[in-house]
Design a protein around this ligand. Structure first.
Ligand code: GLY
Ligand code: MN
Ligand code: MN
Length: 336
């Protein structure tokens, strides 16, 4: 049987429906099946097209195949005398939740698995570190390609090709934002040609054995003006101070505060229009959030990004992002 992390769940009966939670608990990266953990026993409900595959992958686990998964689940619960279930990841499927709720008492346990997933074990950390190594070398490769006349898309396709050669996939749509496009934090890269004195923002990451990396660098191609220089050194300072702050025992919100205060005190607070970072793992965006509202205490084994940025609409934007492992003492920056 594959590894199974169900012993990490608190006692009680749980239904897991979210793709990433399922991948975490079972090691199977397939979408569209349900995992029920009830009375310390696992059962899987899957459409016929997945059931055979799941039986082979999850030897020793009862796999119930059929087309009406909620019906099969209700029958199973009735047979086992289960009256209530905690449902994890429920917000992702409201229709599913209400259909089932008519037959079984459901308790919303949305973040139970997401919370457990925040602290990574050594195998997970090794995979993320490898994803970060490949992302870092992809960034060095991409930097060399930046020339006036090249389009954003050409650079994106080259990075995708680089990832493919290294047997990994992008962990999100790669961002190459040139000139004014660099001012869109989540720019959709297009056929704009890079111009002589452009700012170019590249945000890339890959998935290695199911685990993500996330890295942003901002480049100046030619001459820079005073504002560009000032903005860059400010973002760099905010990034470095936030990194310095990050470590075990520190609140996620405190790391955000350091970056935000640095940028606000320089008068650019209104241009820092996103949070300072987020957890990274099976998903590119996980808990915790490095935001003013997140009171999570950072712990050894958590992996987060630190990514302050400031954006001048219609002109240029700067972001510097690294993926960082929180350690027993201090932290390690995994991207370079
Ligand atoms: N690449 C998306 C992000 O930085 O959050
Ligand atoms: Mn990113
Ligand atoms: Mn990020």
């Amino acid at each position: 049987m594959r590894f199974f992390r169900i012993n990490k769940l608190p006692s009680g009966n749980h239904l897991i429906i979210n793709r990433s939670d399922l991948a975490y608990l079972t090691g199977v990266e397939l979408e569209g099946f349900l995992l029920l953990i009830a009375k310390k026993k696992a059962a899987v409900f899957a459409p016929e097209l997945l059931a055979g595959q799941l039986k082979r992958l999850l030897r020793g686990v009862e796999v119930i195949g059929g087309e009406n998964l909620t019906g099969l689940l209700v029958q199973y619960c009735q047979r086992k005398g289960l009256k209530s279930l905690g449902i994890c990841g429920s917000k992702s499927s409201h229709a599913f939740f209400s259909k089932l709720n008519r037959k079984i008492n459901l308790k919303d346990e949305e973040d139970i698995v997401a919370n457990i997933r925040q602290v990574k074990d050594s195998q997970e950390i090794n995979k993320i570190a490898k994803a970060c190594d490949i992302a870092s070398s992809a960034m060095r490769y991409a930097e060399k390609l930046l020339k006036p006349g090249k389009t954003e898309d050409e650079i994106v396709f080259k990075i995708e090709e680089y990832f493919a050669k290294n047997k990994v996939r992008p962990s999100f749509p790669i961002i190459v934002g040139s000139g004014p496009n660099s001012a869109n934090p989540h720019h959709i890269s297009a056929n704009r040609k890079i111009a002589v004195n452009d700012t170019v923002l590249i945000d890339l990451g890959c998935v290695y054995k199911g685990y993500c990396s996330d890295l942003t660098r901002t480049f100046f191609l030619g001459k820079t003006n005073g504002l560009q220089q000032k903005a860059y050194s400010l973002v760099k300072r905010a990034h470095d101070l936030a990194l310095l702050k990050a470590g075990p025992g520190v609140l996620a919100s405190e790391v955000d505060k350091v970056a935000r205060d640095t940028i606000s005190q320089a008068g650019f607070g209104d241009k820092f229009i996103h949070t300072t970072g987020h957890g990274v793992g099976i998903d590119i965006h996980e808990l915790p959030r490095l935001s003013s509202r997140d009171k999570t205490i950072l712990k050894s084994g958590m992996v987060v990004t630190v990514e302050p940025g400031i954006y001048f609409t219609g002109r240029f934007g700067i972001r510097i992002e690294d993926t960082v492992l929180i350690k027993k003492k201090g932290k390690k920056v995994l991207t370079t």
